[in-house]
Design a protein around this ligand. Sequence first.
Ligand SMILES: CC(C)(COP(=O)(O)OP(=O)(O)OC[C@H]1O[C@@H](n2cnc3c(N)ncnc32)[C@H](O)[C@@H]1OP(=O)(O)O)[C@@H](O)C(=O)NCCC(=O)NCCS
Length: 413
Amino acid sequence: MSNPISDADHTDPLALERPRGTDWPEILAIDARAFALPKPLPSDEMIEFRNRAGEGDTVVIRDTASDGRPIVAVALYFPVPVTVPGGTVATTAGLSWVSVSATHRRRGLLRRMITEEYRTWRERGLPLATLTASEGGIYERFGFGPAVFAHQVSVEPRAAEFRTPVPADSRVRYGNQEQIAKHVPAVHARWAAGRTGAITRPETWWPSIMADRSFRRNSQTSGLHHLLHVDGYAAYRIDARDKTAIVEDFVATTEQAHTDLWRVLTGLDLVSAIKASIPVDDPLPLKLHNARAVQVQGRSDQLWLSILDVVEALQLRTYAAPGDLVLDVTDGFGDRAGRYRLTVADDGTAQAARTDDPAQIGIDIATLSSVYLGGISVRQMTCAGRIDGQTEACAQLAAMFAVEEAPFAGTFF
Ligand SMILES: CC(C)(COP(=O)(O)OP(=O)(O)OC[C@H]1O[C@@H](n2cnc3c(N)ncnc32)[C@H](O)[C@@H]1OP(=O)(O)O)[C@@H](O)C(=O)NCCC(=O)NCCS
């Protein structure tokens, strides 16, 4: 029994299908193999994971000419809520678990699956798509651009002396299971609503995050320790091999909570370094007498974005300056090419519409997606030769798209 997609080419032995419930163990096995994981997700985790995706959100490709008609490719998407500049939380199509068997790579299977998913997203009226990328060279051709970045830092505890005096009470406590379950999702949601680029974790994601299953850590690392603050929390584990503390999750909705939590983390006894992934404009180094106590060891693209509906996406966010510009958007993959007028009022809200008027700005859809949240500035893209326009028009676009705070996603999916 197969579950073909209606517009698939039925003469092609590589058949694009919707999976059935019984296909999931095979799907997870091929994903584990493609992502070079030691083993597939265990069955309890598989059920939670499946609950994240809805009906019709997964596509597979079956090799119908091979014995057993094996699944050779899979892609799915979750609804992933992301906060855009101005505070609107947009439901994005979060593309994930994309894999093609090594035996069938570079035969266009990824392109076929993304084409089908893109059709579904457009049909469902989703304004944006997101993903976390395994490699940087794959997704631009489909209209995605890296949009949110993070710094991987190592903090030297003995060099991390805060400029502000040590308070009599740290205002931070280790939480028990009940306190963690009550506090963490609530404060995370509060944080995500106020931070551009943040992913609001849907309710169905929390059980697996909270469970901190043993297969997610190696045998030398501890379980998660949760530090709770009224306006934040930090979850870290200890790696016994080199006595480092690895911060897996850090949320602070106030600067006081940020300082209080980091003060406890940098005061952990017997710990040689604290490793964390932080926003690129995190104030931590500036709160210390010696900013070099925070060493940036890497910079990663945390979240990729693709604007699916240009008019709706441009209207979803707010802008830093008023103005009126026509953008000529190019798109080598989907149906987004065309000219769009973006008019921003004095209060930062925008109207957008397709137009035949002459354009002042030329921009590719992946580039527009990269500057949308402010993770890459219009000025940087203009310097890189990826935005065309007269100097004044580019400066106007830069002023409109400017953001005060770097976006930060905070969740991998
Ligand atoms: C990455 C992967 C999904 C590609 O699948 P595939 O079926 O071989 O890709 P396709 O043949 O459809 O290629 C589509 C396009 O992407 C390009 N491409 C594919 N993999 C690429 C890579 N790793 N780097 C750069 N470009 C790549 C192809 O050249 C092709 O370009 P074109 O259509 O513009 O000519 C597959 O190699 C894989 O499963 N890798 C391991 C898991 C993984 O990394 N998944 C991605 C998760 S974010």
